[in-house]
Design a protein around this ligand. Sequence first.
Ligand code: MN
Length: 292
Amino acid sequence: MKEGLPAVEPPECLPPNECVVAFFRMALILVTNDDGVHAPGLAALADAMEPLGEVWVVAPEREQSACGHALTLHRPLRPHRWSERRFAVNGTPSDCVNLCVLGFLPERPVLVAAGINHGSNLGDDVTYSGTVSAAMEGTLLGVPSIAVSLVDGGDVATAGRVARLVAMRVLVEGLPPKTLLNVNVPGEAPRGIRFTRLGHRIYGGKVVEQADPRGRPHYWLGGGPPEWEALDGTDMGAVHDGFVAVTPLHLDLTNHRALALMGDWGSALDGQLRRDSSRPASPPARKRARKG
Ligand code: MN
């Protein structure tokens, strides 16, 4: 039995899918997003998770796309109930997850599912994504988490089916520590599912400068179509080829190879720091002589 799962085996009398359904019926599943409570993707994800447990939807009251992993620490969060187990929060996706996992829900959820984001979250873009950050927050709090995004113009019901398949697998198998799954569904009917690594964005676009009616300049970020390095095995490559991309993301951001390589930086900088601090302090600035 993997970490994070109840120490009970599912009954063997049912077919596998129904087994999972029966086993997790009472477990809480938190569904959130960064597109806000009114986004069609949120409803589709909640519907898709419904057979797997007791779904609670707690999501930002307004769109929070590209808010990253922001937490609200300087004002109160006020969940507004709009129907049974459905709440809008005046905060970010990470706020919603933090709030729910640490006490707002009647019990700890067994899964955090974020999405279905309107638009893909591929490669380097995961660092900006509120959807992926919600899954990061769940992961940091020890709850298995998935982020699901759909390429513009894709079918949310299809993405929901993909999300359910992945979620069922996660509920049965668990996830490695500090690891979440970032799922991207292509715009057309998927040709299959591929496990991938993150691709890399090419920052070719420029900041768009415009003038307002009074002639003052202002700027738009994110102008121009995104471009990607065409690398094998990446999430971008898979989605481009019409496959669902599932990328396991690890939240230990340490570059362990760099850490090993930079061993001598450590001793060199350490020696420099010691030499600097053993030098006599520079004499205090002389006070200006008073006149008269
Ligand atoms: Mn979004």
